[in-house]
Design a protein around this ligand. Structure first.
Ligand SMILES: Nc1ncnc2c1ncn2[C@@H]1O[C@H](COP(=O)(O)OP(=O)(O)OP(=O)(O)O)[C@@H](O)[C@H]1O
Ligand SMILES: [Mg+2]
Length: 343
């Protein structure tokens, strides 16, 4: 059950925002700028606007995809939501509480609820720790399953992710990439989180094992009723696993829609271009390939108005003047583009 709500944006304007019945996560005008220092005195000479005023909601139990080209700000958004990096602006409401305002101590309880699965299963597991230490670490921090119960819980988690209990005494280098990612998933699940950011969880894996890990994630999500923000490049994977998809470009949201709707009926020129580059499983469907001219512009000095306009085949003069609001153009379908006469 969905309906649009009106919220106040940082710039003072009213905007429509996607909502879902029972909201678990609400991101309002989230911003993450990385300062660039220069000169002898290391003064701040500019900012990388990695995430620039993004707002969306995720319903409890919903799986939402976050897609966009490399450098569009997906990882930064995911990490800022979890406060693994500090946002420079905006709100992140988790169950109604703004986690950006919490002290370190208060944040501890929320960390348990909000976990991450990293992209690179080789870099994200400490090579000096056994699997048991890796999975048990967070349980220890949060005082969960003390004593003998912890070993049982670790064994249970390993089985859940398709590994064997005896694997707990081994070190990360004794596993394949796919198995390591299963360990990363077990680690995220160890503290019974409600919400998981999965940052390109399969992109570092061989194509042959990507599907296995995606299927595992999907099974676990259903079994545990997890709410997931699934970051990916690959639209095919995202369409398969996600209820809704958020499309980002140069730190901003371009479009949000239910997965199938986004794939069949993209409303934003950027989404259209992304989809045109993705392989279609049905050979009878022919898509016109749209080549995006030029590189993604610098997030230090993004184009005025619509950030996509410099690569957009529909851009008109006005696109340079107004930052397009994310507005609902069909039920539960939002786009940030001033042109309604296209697509
Ligand atoms: N610590 C940092 N300091 C300065 N700039 C950064 C930092 N981290 C990220 N950036 C910049 O922020 C922008 C967004 O990066 P981010 O890693 O979030 O993109 P992404 O969408 O996850 O890309 P990819 O698909 O390649 O993982 C990029 O221009 C990147 O160079
Ligand atoms: Mg990334």
């Amino acid at each position: 059950m969905t309906s649009p709500t009106s919220v106040q944006s940082a710039s003072g304007s009213r905007r429509n925002m996607p909502t879902t019945g029972d909201t678990l996560l609400e991101v309002n005008n989230l911003e993450k700028y990385f300062p660039i220092r220069g000169g002898l005195l290391s003064r701040v000479v500019g900012n990388v606007k990695a995430v620039n005023d993004i707002s969306f909601k995720i319903g409890r139990g919903e799986v939402v995809g976050l897609v966009g080209e490399s450098g569009s700000g997906k990882t930064t958004a995911g990490r800022a939501i979890l406060r693994l990096i500090e946002p420079t602006g905006g709100q992140v409401l988790f169950n109604g509480t703004d986690v950006t305002k919490l002290s370190k101590g208060q944040m501890r309880d929320y960390r348990r609820e909000m976990q991450i699965i990293f992209q690179d299963p080789f870099a994200s597991l400490n090579p000096r720790m056994t699997v048991s230490d890796i999975i048990g670490e967070a349980m220890q921090i949060h005082n969960l399953h003390p004593g003998k119960a912890r070993v049982d819980r670790i064994a249970e988690l390993l089985q859940k992710v398709g590994l064997r209990p005896e694997h707990m005494r081994r070190y990360p280098h004794e596993f394949s990439g796919g198995q390591r990612q299963r360990i990363g998933i077990a680690r995220a699940l160890a503290v019974d989180p409600a919400f998981i950011v999965a940052d390109e969880p399969v992109s570092a894996l061989d194509v042959s094992i990507q599907a296995q890990v995606v299927n595992l994630l999907q099974d676990l999500q259903e079994e545990l009723g997890l709410t997931v923000l699934f970051i990916a490049h690959d639209l095919a994977v995202v369409e398969y696993i996600c209820d809704r998809i958020i499309v980002m470009y140069l730190g901003r949201i371009m479009e949000i829609a239910p997965s199938r709707e986004l794939n069949n009926n993209p409303k934003h020129p950027y989404t259209e271009a992304l989809l045109s580059a993705a392989p279609v499983p049905d050979p009878t469907i022919k898509r016109q390939r749209i080549i995006l001219e030029g590189d993604i512009p610098s997030p230090i000095n993004p184009p005025s108005g619509c950030v996509f306009r410099t690569r957009c085949r529909y851009a008109i003069a006005e696109c340079a003047n107004v930052i397009p609001e994310l507005r609902e153009v069909a039920p539960n379908h939002f786009k940030a583009c001033i042109r309604d006469d296209i697509l």
